[in-house]
Design a protein around this ligand. Structure first.
Ligand code: ASP
Ligand code: MG
Length: 406
């Protein structure tokens, strides 16, 4: 007998009819002979509503109380899900994260899972029950309720799948799977049958909202196959798994964009050891994520350092940069919010020459100005003006023939 973890996101449990539909899918898997753990998010936009309530009370509510509040969304959905399963004659039991020993660190609103106890869940599975677990939450050492950050129930599901050795973790969503690009912007985007963990990580990290990055990281680390599929139809969706080394990979498997970042440039930085380290250390101390770091040695012993940060952290970043610039004798700090980062991703890139020039040619033909470029082994990213983003994405998607990739 195998084990399947079924995760249902907010829009898949947005009302009681949808909860019943989801319950039927879990029961079907159970009847097929596998044990089943169901992980649910809060119903629809419930988490947003709870955050909004908190903001009506005060501007920066204490995060311990925020977690106490926003974790309740999932308590409602696990209870309803377990009732729905039982209403169809299948035995089941619901648990909050803390009740089954989902232990996290103490960083409220962005906690990380450090361990999950096995006894309770194993006992319930052994009794033939479907076990329904609240996603997005755990408890720290002091039994404070913690949450894992927005979208965190994907991570809960993968962590449970890893700990209990599930054969697959099915992420049931309101989309059919992972596309080569956002189909709302690129109408001929194609639905992928498979994608490797590394490619999915790059896509998730670059802004494609299908899966939580941490969930993919965890799945990769523990080799948990993920199936991303729709809860509204029977299509098989996309399998996120280890790459088949014997199969020839397409040059690219996806294109995505991120409009949520801003660019910061510190110019006239003394060109000597330790400068970039000093600047970035001060930013890291504020827990701000830096991406796309580019340094250009300029004239007369001075260099320019450019990087991107989330727009929501720009104000704080600029404050830090101005302070540090003063200390190290840099000339100027400037920033731009009118940018979008466009990325093409594919592990097949390793094997093909001319990948970067294909992207640049496509953008040139569209008359789009490329402002910055960075590459990794399986990704090329360009910063373009935000207003050029959508047509750039279509152009790049076309240039890499992503409409033909499956
Ligand atoms: N309910 C939480 C949120 O909306 C967790 C999740 O949906 O994954 O962020
Ligand atoms: Mg949600």
């Amino acid at each position: 007998m195998g084990l399947v973890v079924h995760k249902f996101g907010g829009s898949s449990v947005a009302d009681t009819d949808l909860i019943k539909t989801a319950a039927k899918r879990a029961i079907e898997t159970k009847k097929g002979g596998d044990n089943v753990i169901v992980v649910v998010s809060a119903m629809g936009n419930e988490t947003d509503r709870l955050y909004e309530l908190a903001s009506q009370i005060m501007k920066n509510p204490p995060s311990r109380e925020v977690d106490m509040l926003v974790s309740t969304g999932e308590q409602v959905s696990i209870a309803l899900m377990s009732m729905a399963i039982q209403s169809f004659g299948q035995d089941s039991i619901s648990f909050l994260g803390g009740q089954i020993g989902v232990r996290t660190d103490g960083y409220h609103e962005k906690a990380k899972i450090i361990g999950i106890e096995k006894e309770k869940v194993e006992a319930a599975l052994a009794e033939g029950k479907i076990v329904v677990v609240a996603g997005f939450q755990g408890t720290d050492k002091q039994m404070n309720i913690t949450t894992l950050g927005r979208g965190g129930s994907d991570t809960s599901a993968v962590a449970l799948a890893a700990v209990f050795g599930a054969d697959v973790c099915v992420i049931n969503k309101d989309v059919d799977g992972v596309y080569t690009a956002d189909p709302r912007i690129v109408p001929d985007a194609s639905l992928l049958k498979t994608i490797s963990y590394d490619e999915m990580l790059e896509l998730a990290g670059m802004g494609a909202g299908v899966l939580h990055s941490r969930a993919v990281e965890l799945a990769k680390k523990h080799s948990v196959p993920l199936r991303v599929r729709s809860s509204f139809n029977e299509k098989p969706g996309t399998l996120v798994c280890v790459e088949d080394p014997n199969k020839e990979q397409p040059m690219a498997r996806g294109a995505t964009f991120n409009k949520k970042e801003a660019r910061v440039t510190i110019s006239g930085v003394p060109d000597k050891p330790g400068m970039a380290a000093t600047i970035l250390k001060h930013i890291a101390e504020r827990n701000i994520n830096v991406d796309m770091i580019i340094q250009n040695p300029g004239h007369s012993g001075l260099a320019d350092l450019t990087f991107t940060v989330p727009k929501s952290d720009l104000h704080e970043t600029l404050g830090v940069c101005r302070e540090v610039s003063g200390q190290i004798g840099a000339k100027d700090v400037t920033s731009s919010e009118n940018i979008a980062k466009l990325s093409v991703i594919g592990s097949g890139m390793r094997a093909y020459p001319g990948v970067a020039s294909r992207m640049f040619t496509a953008l040139a033909k569209e008359n789009v100005n490329i402002q910055n470029i960075s590459t990794s082994e399986i990704k090329i990213s360009c910063i373009v003006a935000e207003e050029d983003c959508d047509r750039s994405l279509r152009a790049v998607h076309h240039a890499f023939e992503l409409d033909k990739v499956e």
